[in-house]
Design a protein around this ligand. Structure first.
Ligand code: MLT
Length: 327
C-alpha cells in the first residue's frame, strides 16, 4: 500500500521553471536541490516515490534504483545519460526519459563562442583592457575562415556545430563511428567522415560532441594530442572525462597543441589549483553550454511532460529505454 504522505515525484537537483510548477498541480512533488549530495537521503526519499527527476549531478545507480520499489520513471533534465544507469533501469522495468535535442542549439552556440573566444583571445583581451592596457599586437588572433574544423561526434550538437563551421567558411571534417560515410546527414552537412586519427592530424580546431561511455573515456589523451598539429585548438563541451586533463595540461604546456577551451571537466567543480587554470592558452567556462533560458525551458518542459505522461500511464516522447513502464 502506498504511503499517502510519500511524494509521487522526487526532484533531486536545482530544476526550476513554469513547467515544474505545473507538475505540483497534479502530483505530490518533493524538491530538494541539494539532495543529490546526500545519497543516503536520496535513496530514502526515492524508496517510496514513483518518479525521480535529476540533472547531471545525482548519480542514479543500480543500487539506488533497486531500493526504489515504486519507481516507474526517471526524468533526466538534459541530454547526457552518463549519470543514469539506463541498463539497470531497463532491467527493473523503469522508463528513463531525457531531453536529447532541446538544448542542442544552445550547446552548439556555446561551442562556437568558445572557438571564437580562443581564436581571438577575447577573455584575455577583455581582461587586459579592464587592467588599463591597450595591447593590440599581443592579442593577434586566428582567422577561422579557410581553417579545418574537426567535429568528433556528429549527433544533434555536432551537426549544428558543423553547420556553423561551414557558415564561417571552415572546411568541416568529422568522425562518428555510428554514421556511414554515404549517409544523407553527412552529405547534407557537406562534411567528410574519417577515422579519428585522420581527423586529429588534419584539424585546425577539433571539437568534441560524444557521450561519455567506456569507449569515449579519455578518448583524447597524450597519444591523440601527439597526432594533432602544434597550432591546433581543442574545444570540449561534451563531458570532462572524454579528455585526459593531465595529458592535456602537458600538451598545452609543451606546445604539442596550441590551445583549449573547456566547458566540462573531469571533476566538477574542478580543483581551483588545476594546472590548466594557470595557462594563458586556455579558455574555461563552468558547464554552462546548455544554460540559456530558452534551452532550460525547453528541457524542463520536455522532461516534465514525459514524467507526467508516464505517471498517467501514457507513453513518453523522449525515452532512452522504452516508452512505458514494464514493472
Ligand atoms: C546535457 O547533458 O544536457 C548538458 O551537458 C547539460 C546538463 O548536463 O545538464
Amino acid at each position: 500500500m502506498r504511503n499517502r504522505n510519500a511524494p509521487d515525484i522526487v526532484v533531486a537537483e536545482d530544476i526550476v521553471g513554469s513547467a515544474m510548477a505545473q507538475l505540483a498541480d497534479s502530483f505530490e512533488v518533493y524538491q530538494d536541490a541539494g539532495l543529490w549530495q546526500r545519497p543516503d537521503d536520496l535513496a530514502d526519499v526515492v524508496s517510496t516515490a514513483r518518479a525521480l527527476i535529476v540533472r547531471n549531478r545525482a548519480q542514479v545507480t543500480s543500487e539506488l534504483l533497486q531500493q526504489a520499489d515504486q519507481l516507474v520513471v526517471v526524468g533526466r533534465a538534459g541530454a547526457g545519460l552518463d549519470n543514469v544507469d539506463v541498463q539497470a533501469a531497463s532491467n527493473l522495468g523503469i522508463v528513463v526519459c531525457s531531453a536529447p535535442v532541446q538544448n542542442a542549439t544552445s550547446v552548439a552556440e556555446h561551442t562556437l563562442a568558445l572557438m571564437l573566444s580562443l581564436a581571438r583571445r577575447i577573455p584575455h583581451a577583455d581582461c587586459s583592457v579592464r587592467q588599463g592596457q591597450w595591447l593590440r599586437h599581443e592579442h593577434t588572433g586566428i582567422q577561422l575562415a579557410g581553417k579545418v574544423l574537426g567535429v568528433i561526434g556528429l549527433g544533434n550538437i555536432g551537426q549544428r556545430v558543423a553547420t556553423y563551421g561551414r557558415t564561417l567558411g571552415m572546411q568541416v571534417i568529422a568522425h562518428d563511428p555510428y554514421l556511414s560515410p554515404d549517409s544523407e546527414a553527412v552529405a547534407q552537412l557537406g562534411c567528410t567522415l574519417m577515422p579519428l586519427s585522420d581527423l586529429l592530424s588534419r584539424a585546425d580546431v577539433a571539437t568534441i560532441h560524444v557521450p561519455l561511455t567506456d569507449a569515449t573515456h579519455h578518448l583524447l589523451n597524450r597519444q591523440a594530442f601527439e597526432l594533432m598539429k602544434d597550432s591546433a585548438l581543442l574545444i570540449n563541451t561534451s563531458r570532462g572525462p572524454v579528455v585526459n586533463e593531465a595529458d592535456l595540461g602537458e600538451a598545452l604546456t609543451s606546445g604539442v597543441i596550441a590551445g583549449a577551451a573547456l566547458d566540462v571537466r573531469e571533476t566538477e567543480p574542478p580543483d581551483p589549483n588545476s594546472p590548466l587554470h594557470m595557462l594563458d592558452n586556455v579558455v574555461l567556462t563552468p558547464h554552462i553550454a546548455a544554460f540559456t533560458t530558452a534551452a532550460q525551458n525547453a528541457v524542463v518542459e520536455a522532461v516534465v511532460a514525459d514524467v507526467a505522461a508516464v505517471l498517467d500511464g501514457q507513453a513518453a516522447s523522449y525515452y532512452a529505454n522504452f516508452p512505458r513502464p514494464q514493472r
